[in-house]
Design a protein around this ligand. Structure first.
Ligand SMILES: C[S@@+](CC[C@H](N)C(=O)[O-])C[C@H]1O[C@@H](n2cnc3c(N)ncnc32)[C@H](O)[C@@H]1O
Length: 232
């Protein structure tokens, strides 16, 4: 029996460092995790089908839930960068069997995707010609809008004002990265000036037909606090 005891002790010893490593990891606060994800993951190690995607994967899961429930005919994405998130939405629409993505971005340097459901409009989201083109693409369709372009308050508010009228009742205007208003500059997540959360607050005062859908934040680790705006 003594060899069994010795073997058990040996196994325990071998596993203790691993347990300690995980205990330490799991003692992170939500804030620690958000900073870890921002510093170490989102810009270099997060991808959809091999294309860089600047997303919190838990938010992407919520987008999947919303697309399944709402089944928008058009998803307008303001800010596509490499196109990972644009492709993600196109693939979700493939799965639900309908819909198109209208991608608006002022800079296509890194954009490297194509998909039959995606229409790319290149230009500043505040440019009246861009707004008009998006309006034409959305005419008569059920629409969901994602704002992941410029993150300063004025830019977000301008996009909210210009594009929220396209959102059909029951669908969403999703404002990304309102988390930056909850961190400080130097945290690697904070800005020196007001950002999306401040824009959302102002927009909601002007627009009583949008409400915050807080249940979309139920996984807690969202980059979009108060950013899931449902049109009633
Ligand atoms: C955070 S990245 C988008 C990331 C992408 N949605 C993803 O999840 O992978 C922001 C993008 O917004 C674009 N952008 C910034 N300001 C813009 C504006 N005023 N109009 C259109 N695009 C803008 C930038 O060129 C950049 O590609």
């Amino acid at each position: 029996m003594s060899w069994i005891v010795a073997a058990v002790r040996k196994i325990r010893r071998a596993f203790r460092p691993m347990q300690e490593e995980y205990r330490e990891r799991f003692s992170m606060t939500l804030r620690d995790w958000l900073l870890y994800h921002q510093r170490d993951i989102v810009f270099e190690k997060c991808s959809w089908m091999g294309v860089p995607t600047l997303k919190n994967p838990l938010d992407a899961w919520v987008y999947q839930e919303i697309v399944h429930e709402v089944r928008p005919e058009v998803i307008v994405e303001i800010g596509s960068a490499h196109g990972g998130s644009t492709l993600f939405f196109a693939h979700l629409l493939d799965l639900v069997g309908q819909g198109r993505v209208v991608s608006v971005d002022v800079d296509r340097t890194n954009y490297r995707i194509s998909h039959p459901r995606i229409t790319a409009i290149t230009g500043d989201s505040a440019d009246p010609q861009v707004i008009e083109r998006v309006q034409r693409e959305c005419q008569g369709q059920s629409v969901l809008v994602m704002q992941d372009g410029g993150h300063m308050k004025e830019q977000v508010l301008s996009d909210l004002r210009a594009y929220s009228g396209l959102v059909t009742p029951g669908s969403y205007f999703i404002v990304e990265d309102s988390i930056v208003d909850l961190f400080k500059p130097g945290d690697s997540l904070g800005f020196a000036k007001d950002g999306p959360l401040a824009a959302i607050e102002e927009f909601l005062v002007e627009n009583p037909d949008f409400v915050i859908d807080a249940k979309r934040e139920r996984y807690l680790l969202t980059y979009n606090p108060r950013g899931f705006l449902r049109r009633i």
